[in-house]
Design a binder for this molecule. Structure first.
Ligand code: HEC
Length: 130
């Protein structure tokens, strides 16, 4: 007897890929302030206080246009091995990293990150496949 367990996995994976960040997790205001501070001070030490780049590349909305939000979240959480970009997962949980990506992409205030994000590029962000 084989149970179609793997199918569920595939469906879940597909869902995860489809909805980049389906639920905008509610980050408390105080934590948002901390995260902004982290972004300016810690990330800023490499990426520049205004995120125009330094040791690390620019993290402006323009520079990140067309990049996958999921990829960016993963880089923030896990760093990029072999480069100075360190992992932040001991400081940030997933929703917090997603929130930072939204800040970087300039779409924290609204729920239509995708629309704004797509405005500058022709690439649809919804069919991420491996
Ligand atoms: C010690 C320096 C350093 C710090 C601190 C740092 N980064 Fe980076 N980051 C880098 C470097 C260098 C790269 C480029 C890695 C590469 O060569 O691909 C990078 C890459 C990235 C990327 C991928 C950009 C792209 O275009 O693919 C993101 C997103 C990012 N960093 C976000 C952050 C955030 C958010 C923080 C703070 C929580 C942070 N970084 C802190 C050095 C740093």
């Amino acid at each position: 007897m084989r149970r179609p367990r793997h199918k569920t996995g595939i469906i879940l994976a597909a869902l995860g890929a489809l909805c980049a960040f389906p639920v905008y997790a509610d980050i408390p205001a105080a934590r948002q302030a901390e995260l902004r501070h982290l972004l300016d001070q810690d990330c800023g030490s490499c990426h520049g206080l205004t995120r125009q780049g330094g040791l690390g590349p620019a993290l402006t909305k323009q520079a990140l246009a067309g990049k996958s939000a999921i990829m960016l979240r993963e880089v923030i959480l896990n760093g990029r091995p072999g480069t100075p970009m360190p992992p932040w997962k001991s400081f940030l949980n997933e929703p917090e990293a997603e929130w930072l990506v939204r800040v970087l992409l300039g779409c924290t205030g609204s729920s239509d990150c995708q629309t704004q994000h797509d405005a500058g590029s022709s690439q649809g962000g919804t069919d991420a496949k491996h």
